[in-house]
Design a protein around this ligand. Structure first.
Ligand code: MEV
Length: 751
């Protein structure tokens, strides 16, 4: 179990990344991806690196020289898994965050508070020395940000100054693809600057002016003045970058970056590369989160470019973590028995052990059940289990699953272990947008639909405001109506789709209310008759997207090489892509995992099922939700996009005590994160099924799993379990009585 964990944030440049090299002041913000140093016993913790060793050496030296402090324990390990975007790391300063976290950990271990400004000053000195020793160069802004957090104004050779992040400013990040080598970029610009010092001076002067103007906007209390200055500053900055690009030939503003910058400008927002450019991060500034979501949707649709989730800015600096990371790698978990498993989950999650009584049979009492639905005569129990090995975006999850089918949980855990060998799952989400629908029908034959459509379009802004007025609390939480579309379904039938940001609720109730509020107004303005007023369960604007890469070695076994298994799985995927009859079964395997998590966490699993299958058929052909390919390195790459109309507030999550505890065990902090977990479990379930089907077939694995629980039920212990499983499978009669008999035989043989 983890006793101490200290974390440090990554960073992103808001402005001034080139100008700082010429002596100007940059603004750098700490982002909500953290490096975590912890003394946990997870076998998968990353090994020491030259960087962590240097950090450790510096802190040990410092502690040995200060009086009255304890010597540090052995070098801690540090996890920067949350900085990854699939196979590559995002340029968010993971190495600076790692150094800061290691230094902070060993200072905390010796009794220093990593949040104390005096301790942070020491941590900065030690971390900067270690970072410079191993990484060389660099401005040092990233280490300062990792230690202090927030937003800092940073100039070389000067102490960083904290700058308050304005509450009115929303910052989004987009992934512009694999980055070029920053060091060679900066070098290319430097060489060009020596060749043409005048042009270089003009460009850097412009970049410096941009940084100053940006800072004045950032520090303005007035959103209009502030955003105007930021927009102008960003335009100036991008011009300066293009000048550097012209003189150096370094491809700083790539086509992907240009697409984001142009689209943002068309929407009145400001976007620029964050860092040296050439790909990687683009930062966007807006007055409303809704504008960033609209931009994300448009960039995804038109250019296939993705937003990097909702990445908090001005994140806290070096700190001791109250809830240290848990490890979902619990080897031998299945052998523990129910009580032992509850102990293990309680200790990993730090949920008090007595709260697990909420999972006892009958925890949903008859009175509550009677209040939930009508005509109640009892409750229906299902087994609730925990899947292990899940690691998503660098964070481990113990995943509650409720399902009656044997082997679903074991298969998902097993596949998650294979995926973990490749770094785990990488997940991101669309904004939590759902659709409320109002059906309109022509009062009499021949009424022109185009007049009705035009009337609705003309009133778009009023209609969106009316939708918002139905849910002021949702609007106060940052949600609300985002878009309105009219579709002509037939000459006498229209549908109005209102796109609503539901925040962390599943949203059914609020969407239905919005549809009902809009219907009479739509009817009045068009003369058409309002029919149905209800949400759409085809939540294709609210998907969770999950990918993974599995090394072939992790797939090998049962007489099959990893390469053969990977090829078989890719071929099974193609089969499902070509044949709807296979795709249905393929998707059943995906939903084995998705539904089990939905059920355990109190979600509306019928809505999720309806959404998943409607989405699978959206192109007109029924398609697999998850697909697999073998990449050029021979690794197996999986991807799933799943409509995820799920929430962590409201619904059964409120009333069912077991669902509430299950959500707590999972520890998902938002509806988006819950959706990502579900999609990851769906992808893992699919991998397990395809691997079995493409190799030895599904029955053998099922039989031995079933035989294992029968063997344990018959009282087999230790080494007896595997022997008895083998004999039961051989006997082809996997029954309790047979197991008791075979166990007796086994024991008499060994006497
Ligand atoms: C069984 O519950 C699920 C499978 O049929 C899925 C599949 O065929 O991919 C094994």
């Amino acid at each position: 179990m983890t006793r101490l964990a200290v974390s440090a944030p990554g960073k992103a440049f808001l402005i001034g990344e080139y100008a700082v090299l010429a002596g100007a002041t940059a603004l750098v913000t700490a982002v909500g991806r953290r490096a975590v140093a912890a003394d946990c016993d997870d076998p998968d913790r990353p090994p020491a690196s030259p960087l962590t060793e240097a950090a450790y050496a510096h802190v040990r030296q410092f502690l040995s020289e200060s009086t009255g402090t304890k010597a540090p324990g052995p070098l801690t390990s540090v996890d920067t898994g949350s900085f990854a975007a699939g196979a590559r790391k995002l340029g968010l300063g993971s190495s600076a965050a790692a150094v800061a976290a290691v230094v902070g950990f060993h200072l905390a271990e010796a009794g220093h508070d990593p949040e104390d400004p005096a301790v942070r000053a020491i941590a900065l000195r030690l971390a900067q020395a270690a970072h410079a020793q191993v990484q060389g160069g660099g401005s040092g802004a990233d280490v300062a940000c990792a230690v202090f957090g927030g937003t800092i104004a940073f100039a070389r050779g000067e102490a960083p100054v904290a700058v308050a992040h304005p509450a009115w400013l929303h910052v989004g990040f987009f992934d512009a693809g694999a980055p070029a080598d920053t060091a060679s970029f900066v070098q290319q610009v430097r060489v060009a600057g020596e060749r043409d010092p005048q042009a270089y001076a003009a460009a850097t002067a412009q970049l410096r002016r941009a940084a100053e103007l940006f800072r004045s906007g950032y520090e303005s209390p007035d959103p209009d003045i502030g955003l105007t200055a930021i927009r102008d500053a960003v335009a100036l900055h991008n011009d300066g970058l293009r000048a550097l690009q012209r003189m150096s030939d370094a491809p700083i503003v790539t086509p992907a970056i240009a697409a984001i910058v142009d689209q943002a400008a068309r929407m009145g927002l400001a976007a620029k590369p964050s860092g040296a450019g050439g790909g990687d991060l683009v930062v966007v500034f807006a007055a409303r989160q809704a504008d960033l979501d609209l931009l994300a949707e448009r960039l995804q649709r038109e250019h296939g470019l993705c937003a990097i989730g909702r990445l908090p800015v001005a994140a806290p600096g070096l700190r001791r973590d109250e809830r240290p990371p848990l490890s979902s790698r619990m080897s031998g978990f299945f052998r523990l028995g129910v009580d032992g498993r509850r102990d293990a989950v309680a200790s990993a999650t730090r949920i008090p052990r007595d709260r697990f009584a909420a999972l006892d049979p009958g925890s949903l009492d008859l009175g509550s059940a009677d209040n939930l639905i009508e005509n109640v005569i009892g409750t229906l129990e299902l087994p609730l289990a925990v899947a292990t090995n899940f690691r998503i975006n660098g964070r481990d999850f113990l995943v509650p699953m409720a399902v009656e089918e044997a082997s679903v949980v074991a298969a998902a855990s097993n596949a998650a272990k294979m995926i973990r060998a490749g770094g785990g799952f990488y997940a991101r989400s669309d904004p939590p947008w759902m659709i409320a629908q109002v059906q309109l029908t022509a009062p009499k034959a021949g009424d022109a639909a185009d007049l009705a459509v035009a009337a609705i379009h003309a009133a778009r802004a009023d209609l969106l405001a009316l939708a918002d007025s139905a849910h002021p609390r949702l609007v106060a939480r940052g949600g609300g109506a985002r878009d309105l579309l009219v579709r002509v379904l037939a000459p006498d039938m229209l549908v109005v789709d209102v796109v609503v940001d539901c925040q962390d609720a599943m949203g059914a109730n609020l969407l239905n209310t919005i549809a009902e509020v809009l219907a009479p107004r739509l009817s009045d303005m068009t003369g058409w008759t309002a029919g149905l007023r209800i949400l759409s369960n085809l939540a294709d604007r609210r998907r969770a997207h999950v990918t993974c890469r599995v090394p072939p070695g992790a797939l090998a076994g049962r007489g099959f090489s990893g390469a053969a298994a990977a090829a078989g799985i890719a071929s099974a995927s193609r089969f499902a892509e070509l044949d709807p009859y296979r795709a249905a079964t393929h998707n059943k395997g995906v939903m084995n995992g998705v539904d089990a998590v939905a059920l355990a966490t109190g979600q509306d699993w019928r809505a999720i099922e309806a959404g998943a299958h409607a989405y699978a058929g959206l192109t007109g052909a029924y398609r697999p939700l998850a697909t697999w390919r073998v990449d050029a390195d021979g690794w197996l790459c999986g991807a799933i996009s799943l409509p995820a109309a799920v929430g962590v507030v409201g619904g059964a999550t409120k009333v069912h005590p077991a669902a509430r505890l299950a959500l707590e065990i999972l520890g998902a902090t938002s509806g988006a994160e819950l959706g990502q977990v579900m999609a990851a479990v769906g992808l893992a379930s699919n991998l397990a099924a395809l691997r079995a089907l493409a190799t030895e077939g599904i029955q053998r694995g099922h039989m031995s799993l079933h035989a294992r629980s029968v063997a344990l039920g018959a009282g087999a212990q230790g080494a007896e379990v595997d022997l008895l499983v083998h004999r039961l499978v051989e006997s082809a009669e996997i029954k309790h009585d047979r197991a008791v008999l075979l166990l007796r035989e086994l024991r008499s043989e060994s006497r």
